[in-house]
Design a protein around this ligand. Structure first.
Ligand code: SAH
Ligand code: SF4
Length: 429
């Protein structure tokens, strides 16, 4: 979501006459787009803000601005803490950034704008024009799931869905600019439209949206993140199995494999319900791969709870896992729970899962040597002039030697010849 918001900010500022600076030295304005999900993210931003003090003082008229979730949650207190900061712009203030920036002139003051926006997506449907082959489209904003550890509902508000016509229009305009892969975004995309539709469990407005986007001829691939397992109903499972343009890679956040911890997290599914979704998708879509988010060291997590998580991760056989050490967030129920886990235990559990993951990915990647896969070339290699980088539908990164007629945006077949933890290496057929 933040990458997408940063892109929208760039587009809005470009439309207001600003251009991207080549370096910090050249910049007149610095905007830090921030995340609040974990404490470590906020500490990093604070460190960076202090470092930017000398940048700000070096030249008169420079403007320093903090945007996004951390700005929303800390608000005006950031102006007090950082005397060289000019603008604090919350999660709904993105569309007002050009105006806020033009209002900061010497002597006219500093601003904090954390007001709620009037519409969910009045501001950030803007895209930069030099688009690549893949583009993000937010379909919802905010979240109403209220997981007990999470700050997102506080800083981004309750879930609001965009009208389907607006999303489809945006997809059409993106493919007119050469985009072939659409990446749908939201905190819980599977709940898309459920805030305006009755009968939550029978239908899936998100499944209907996937079908509509797949009807656009020039859209070749569709990805989405994140679907909450509690909203991943059969209608959505069927859509994923049937719509071929939906990629073979599903991000399905598990968080924990222990039912006790899932309940304490307020996740609204059990480990067996989670496994049922995985089993149905594996059966209906052979070759599908999964990625997930998992939190270690949630308050009260015992060795047994942790081992339940470890077992499920291995049973599903994830191709990618984003493993987080539980981080206390203010005004969340989990922050007040008994049984907070020491950092050392969190680190040990984190390492065990990372080691499992590395072993699994390396073995899986090596098992692909000799196979063929269709890839979408999405970039030139930053390390070699002779190489291109592509992605398989299952989200594997594939590095290939250049070949005449194949460029960024092309689909091609790669024969896999080598594999590491990070990538597959192949030759184009
Ligand atoms: N809406 C998405 C997740 C958004 S936040 C979902 O539910 O899947 C991304 C990830 O950060 C979460 O999936 C969770 O694993 C992690 N996370 C959120 N709050 C956290 C906290 N307080 N401590 C550690 N990890 C956290
Ligand atoms: Fe946070 Fe839960 Fe919403 Fe994800 S679903 S953003 S973890 S509250």
């Amino acid at each position: 979501m933040n990458i997408r918001d940063s892109e929208a900010i760039s587009a809005l500022l470009a439309a207001a006459g600003h251009s991207e600076a080549g370096s910090l030295d050249d910049a007149d304005i610095v905007l830090l787009n921030t995340c609040s999900v974990r404490d470590s993210a906020e500490r990093k931003v604070e460190g960076y803000l202090w470092k930017l003090r000398s940048w700000k003082e070096e030249r008169k008229g420079r403007i320093l601005c903090i945007v996004g979730c951390m700005a929303q949650s800390a608000g005006g207190s950031l102006l007090e803490k950082f005397p060289h900061l000019d603008i604090v712009a919350g999660t709904s203030a993105i569309s007002r950034l050009p105006e806020l920036i033009s209002n900061v002139s010497p002597g006219s003051g500093r601003f904090s704008d954390t007001d709620e926006g009037p519409l969910p997506y009045d501001d950030i449907s803007t895209h930069v024009s030099s688009g690549g082959v893949s583009a993000f489209i937010p379909v919802t904003r905010g979240c109403s799931m209220n997981c007990s550890y999470c700050i997102v509902p506080q800083v981004r508000g309750g879930e609001k869905s965009r009208p389907a016509e607006e999303i489809i229009e945006e997809a059409r305009s993106l493919v007119d600019r050469g985009v072939v892969e659409i990446f749908l975004l939201g905190q819980n995309v599977a709940a898309y439209g459920l805030d305006r539709t009755a009968g939550k469990n029978e239908s899936s407005p998100f499944a209907a949206l996937l079908a509509k986007i797949a009807e656009i001829k020039a859209v070749k691939r569709i990805r989405f993140t994140s679907p909450h397992p509690a909203s991943f109903n059969d209608a959505l499972i069927n859509a994923v199995c049937e719509i071929r343009k939906v990629c073979d890679s599903i991000h399905l956040p598990l968080q924990s494999g222990s039912d006790r911890i899932l309940t304490a997290m307020g996740r609204r599914y059990s480990s067996s319900e989670y496994m049922e979704i995985v089993a149905k998708l594996k059966a209906g879509r052979p070759g599908i791969s999964f990625s997930t988010d998992v939190i270690v060291g949630f308050p009260g997590e015992t060795d047994d709870d942790f081992n339940d998580t470890r077992r499920i991760l291995n049973d599903v056989g994830f191709d990618q896992e984003f493993i987080f050490k539980y981080s206390k967030r203010k005004n969340t129920p989990a922050a007040e729970m008994d049984g907070q886990i020491p950092l050392k235990t969190k680190e040990e559990r984190n390492k065990i899962l990372l080691d499992d993951l590395k072993t699994r990915i390396l073995a899986r990647n090596r098992s692909m040597i000799g196979s063929e896969m269709e890839i979408l070339i999405d970039a030139d290699s930053p390390r070699s002039n002779n190489r291109l980088i592509g992605k398989s539908s299952s989200n594997k990164t594939v590095v290939v030697e250049k070949k005449a007629g194949i460029a960024v945006g092309s689909f091609a077949t790669a024969v896999i010849e080598d594999a590491t933890l990070a990538a597959l290496y192949g030759r184009l057929k």
